[in-house]
Design a protein around this ligand. Structure first.
Ligand code: SF4
Length: 539
């Protein structure tokens, strides 16, 4: 039986995570489960667990590494480490494999491109092991869809993997090996509820000479016809590859999601994020007979969303507030009073992320966004009124962006303040492979241009002001670890998400849920607090 070590290197950048250190995503856990289902002895580890104990690598025949485009240095370091102790093959996966330059620069045997379920199913119908697959395919210099192989320095590329049909989305990702992640009990564990995105509208052009002919197919055509564009502009917002790589929105089975969350809580997980490009697409695909490629119609399947949230709320650990369930993103055009009311009932006081991106409707339309600025603001208002904590995404440096577009966004910040948005996350546009804007110029940092700097400063000021509001609050948190640099201090995470909290305390408190009073800000995302109550040990 081939022994495969799966390593989660996502967001490890140069070899260390500097932000979102408390996130454990779906991809590597899912691949571990799929390998186990196919009879492999697969084990999942966090990147840092391997760095701290390189000897583990000797116990396996192959290594599978999941990573993002920004993780080149971390992955290279891991591959070098593997090569020093092991001759086994190297399999790459995750969003990083979408970048051709990454594949050219990294030493690997097999790379899974896009979704892996069908690719692995096909591969294992032909071969008993990944090593056998590599040696046979490299000899014949052939491959299958969704798989790239590297022979000497040549890449034989099978293109993007097939979109996994809904019926195969019900594998429960690995749970036991979460123990190989530092402080997993306090981490945000992502549980997939929807695969793919319903926005198959498109931007007005690519940057290799393809222009929208205004045929209106992706706006008014049948749901099936929106899958392709006569001039081959990739679907979705121009900066996002989700629709092209993952296809239209498909919901996972409600009972599988509930089972997964229940098992996670039993394994000691305390913070669960229901992950989806748009949570409000959950169950919406059941309202249509064709692929769900319309981002705004039909409206959300409120009945199904409520059923899911209601069942999750009855899981013992959730009902007893030993575990929190949160959701990730929502699209503004799907937020109506009814759905906001349901979200408020089950997710009160948890964050919700809304992509506003810009307040220029002209720019939003040009880049393929499905919602206008006023729809975004109305959605944020509704969610806030229902008791959620809105976090808003903005982006700068998008193609076609003019100073007047940025100015509209700057002016909207006052509106966001009045609504009570908790935080604004400002991103710089970055061209991604398999998107309409893949070849668009990469913008400089916001501070290199007066108008973008104005936006950057306004967002910074906004977040500084909002951060202060946490001072004096009493919140529930979970202690993750000892502070690595300050003896006698601990690091804790709010159960319902928020800034990292530094508290005084001894190692015995690690793994406890605690109630903390926040005393002061230490930085933009770190606060200092005092433990006022120690709850039972969580893990
Ligand atoms: S992006 Fe393509 S499908 Fe959409 S309107 Fe333009 S030409 Fe038609």
């Amino acid at each position: 039986m081939e022994r495969v070590i799966v390593v989660d290197a996502n967001a490890r950048q140069k070899g260390r995570r500097v932000s979102t250190v408390d996130v454990i995503g779906v991809g590597p856990r899912l691949v571990t489960s799929i390998l186990k289902m196919h009879g492999f002895k697969a084990s999942l580890y966090a990147y840092e667990s391997i760095l701290n104990n390189k000897e583990i690598l000797k116990d396996f025949d192959a290594i599978a590494i999941s990573f993002m485009v920004s993780d080149f240095k971390a992955v290279k370091k891991l591959i070098d480490m593997w090569r020093k102790v092991n001759n086994g093959i190297i399999i790459l996966g995750g969003p990083g494999t979408l970048s051709r330059s990454m594949l050219s620069s990294l030493d690997f045997s097999l790379a899974l491109i896009g979704e892996s379920e069908i690719t692995l199913q096909k591969l294992f119908s032909m071969y008993k092991s990944l090593s056998e697959a590599y040696y046979d395919l490299s000899k014949s210099k052939t491959t299958i869809k969704g798989l790239a192989i590297k022979v000497d320095r040549e890449i034989i590329d099978g293109g993007i993997g097939e979109w996994t049909p809904k019926k195969f989305l019900n594998v429960i990702p690995e749970i036991n090996d979460l123990k190989n992640f530092p402080f997993f009990w306090a981490s945000r564990i992502y549980v997939e509820v929807v695969r793919g995105c319903s926005n198959f509208r498109r931007p007005i052009q690519t940057f290799d000479g393809r222009y929208c002919t205004r045929c209106d197919l992706c706006y008014k055509g049948s749901l099936s016809s929106r899958i392709s564009c006569p001039v081959n502009i990739p679907p979705g917002c121009g900066y996002c590859s989700v629709p092209a790589i993952h296809g239209p929105a498909r919901s996972r089975d409600l009972f599988t999601i509930v089972e997964e969350v229940e098992k996670l809580t039993k394994a000691g997980v305390s913070r669960i994020v229901l992950s989806a490009p748009d949570f409000l697409d959950f169950g919406r695909d059941e309202l249509v007979e064709e692929p769900l490629t319309d981002p705004c119609n039909p409206p959300p399947n409120v009945y199904k969303i409520e059923e899911l949230l209601s069942r999750l709320s009855k899981i013992r650990a959730v009902a007893e507030e030993r575990a929190t369930v949160m959701v990730e993103n929502v699209k503004p055009c799907l937020v109506n009073d009814e759905v906001a009311d349901v979200l408020g009932r089950y997710l009160k006081d948890t964050p919700i992320y809304i992509g506003l991106e810009s307040c220029s409707d002209d720019l939003l339309k040009k880049v393929g966004r499905p919602s206008t600025c006023s729809e975004g603001i109305s959605a944020i208002e509704k969610l806030k009124k229902s008791g959620l904590r809105p976090y808003v995404y903005l982006m700068h440096g998008l193609p076609f962006e003019r100073d007047e577009d940025v100015l509209k966004t700057v002016k909207a910040i006052e509106i966001l303040r009045n609504i009570g948005v908790e935080r604004i996350v400002l991103y710089r546009f970055s061209p991604l492979p398999y998107t309409a804007f893949e070849l668009a110029p990469k913008p400089g940092p916001a501070i290199s241009d007066p108008m973008r700097k104005l936006l950057y400063d306004k967002v910074e000021e906004f977040n500084r002001e909002q951060n202060k509001k946490i001072i004096g609050r009493v919140i529930k948190a979970i202690v993750a670890l000892k502070h690595p640099k300050k003896p006698g201090f601990l690091i804790a995470y709010p159960m319902r998400h928020g800034p990292v909290i530094i508290v005084r305390g001894g190692e015995a408190l690690v793994g406890h849920r605690v109630t903390v009073k926040i005393h002061r800000l230490l930085s933009n995302r770190i606060v200092f607090g005092e433990i006022v109550y120690v709850h039972e040990k969580h893990f």
